[in-house]
Design a protein around this ligand. Structure first.
Ligand SMILES: Cc1ncc(COP(=O)(O)O)c(C=O)c1O
Length: 401
């Protein structure tokens, strides 16, 4: 998946452009920059890559999720429904705004189960945040229907699914707001960076201003710009945007490589009768950033994970035992371990996590292995990897039974 694997002359040229003219900030300094506006250029490229009317670049995917929520007006006491399987950034962003993350079970798409979402809706629910995990997606039609029926905002965290599509539309462009990460391990990278995309001009202007202390970005005198509301500094730098600009132009090539490598591995694993693959909703096309499959039970999955590591097959994650991506290991959230006092509203809002169980999510995440697809493998390497995977997994299935 990571674009950094294929850094080359294109990235170097864009970065050198910035260094040569010396303006590292994306705003202002118009006279000095000799026409170099890397962040603006990248936003324009992303508008077409993600088929979205508006794109706001930010300093990270976490900043993007936070700005998307803020632009949608989500704040103190509002409930946001999110999946039990995601990266910690999802609940961090919600909590940062004083809102309450309501975690619900996933299904075999590895993200929100529309049935569990519907059951979690209360009078405080303001938004549903679907996280398009590991290159694929939730049942977007069902989630959109729920949002329409209950007048909720649909936010898509597509940080891990750059290039995936649903019914012909890029992931991220289906909900009211979509979020992307361009951190170092994403399909295209800026080193650090993120984006909010939306067709809603009002949300876009809010995300834009919010990410730069409320600056309205009118005129060319930053000191004279107005501030309609408060914001933060979630700006991307020109250096980071320059890397992303080179990478986004290579995205079609990266996706083609991912698909080729994914297909070789999937075909090899399909020979193992006990393996099932994650469900991709009808009309969905994965980004092929990860190959996700299920084993018959937790014990076999643990054994397979161990065997894969021992066989030198890197980048295969058993998220059930991972500290960062699954509710099971988020004691710091359940116990609200914070450096600073937390509001009473959040304390009472998050109490449900003391007792709520996630059996349905355990059923899927406990048995799931998620294998990163790299861009730099040669065909020979993918084939020998496929062989090693089949052997490691078959061994787990035989030994445990
Ligand atoms: C699903 C998801 N959301 C948000 C983020 C946060 O992105 P960043 O690392 O750019 O802050 C990540 C990063 O891994 C992610 O996987």
């Amino acid at each position: 998946m990571p674009g950094f694997e294929l850094f080359g002359s294109a990235e170097r040229k864009e970065v050198n452009d910035v260094l040569d003219n010396g303006v590292l900030m994306r705003y202002g300094f118009d006279g000095m920059r000799n026409g170099h506006w890397k962040a603006k250029e990248l936003e324009t490229e992303l508008q077409s890559a993600f088929q979205s009317k508006h794109v706001q670049l930010l300093s990270s995917g976490t900043a993007a999720v936070t700005a998307a929520l803020a632009a949608a007006g989500i704040g103190a006491g509002d409930e946001v429904i999110m999946p039990s399987f995601t990266f910690v950034a999802s609940f961090e962003s919600i909590l940062m705004l004083g809102a309450i993350p309501i975690m619900v079970d996933i299904d075999d798409t590895l993200t929100l189960d529309p049935k569990t979402v519907e059951k979690a809706i209360t009078s405080k629910t303001k938004a549903i945040m679907v996280v398009q995990m590991c290159g694929s997606m939730g049942d977007m039609d069902a989630l959109q229907r729920i949002c329409d029926e209950h007048k909720l905002i649909l936010i898509e965290d597509a940080c891990q699914a750059i290039g995936g599509t649903y019914k012909g539309k890029p992931l991220g462009s289906i909900g009211d707001l979509g979020c992307f990460s361009f951190d170092f391990v994403k399909t295209i990278t800026c080193g650090e960076g993120g984006a909010v995309i939306t067709d809603n001009k009002d949300y876009y202007i809010k995300a834009d201003n919010y990410s730069d202390h409320g600056h309205d970005h009118f005129g060319n005198d930053r000191g004279a710009e107005a501030h309609a509301f408060m914001g933060y500094n979630f700006r991307i730098s020109e250096l980071h945007a320059a890397v992303g600009l080179a990478q986004v132009r290579r995205l079609p090539d990266f996706l083609a490589i991912q698909k080729k490598n994914f297909t070789i591995l999937r075909e090899a694993l399909s020979e193992i009768p006990d393996i099932t693959f994650r469900t991709v909703p009808e009309g969905g096309v994965e980004s092929y950033a990860f190959l996700n499959f299920f084993l018959p039970d937790l014990e076999i999955a643990r054994k397979a994970s161990k065997n894969l590591k021992e066989a030198g097959v890197d980048g295969c994650f058993h998220y059930y035992d991972n500290n960062w991506h699954y509710i099971r290991k988020w004691d710091h959230l359940k116990n609200l371990k914070s450096l600073y006092p937390i509001s009473e509203e959040i304390k009472s809002g998050i109490k449900y996590l003391q007792t709520k169980t996630f059996e349905q999510s355990d059923h899927f995440i406990g048995r799931n292995i998620s294998c990163l697809i790299k861009l730099s493998w040669t065909e020979e390497e993918v084939k020998s990897r496929a062989e090693a995977m089949v052997q490691a997994i078959s061994l787990a299935l035989k030994l445990v039974r």
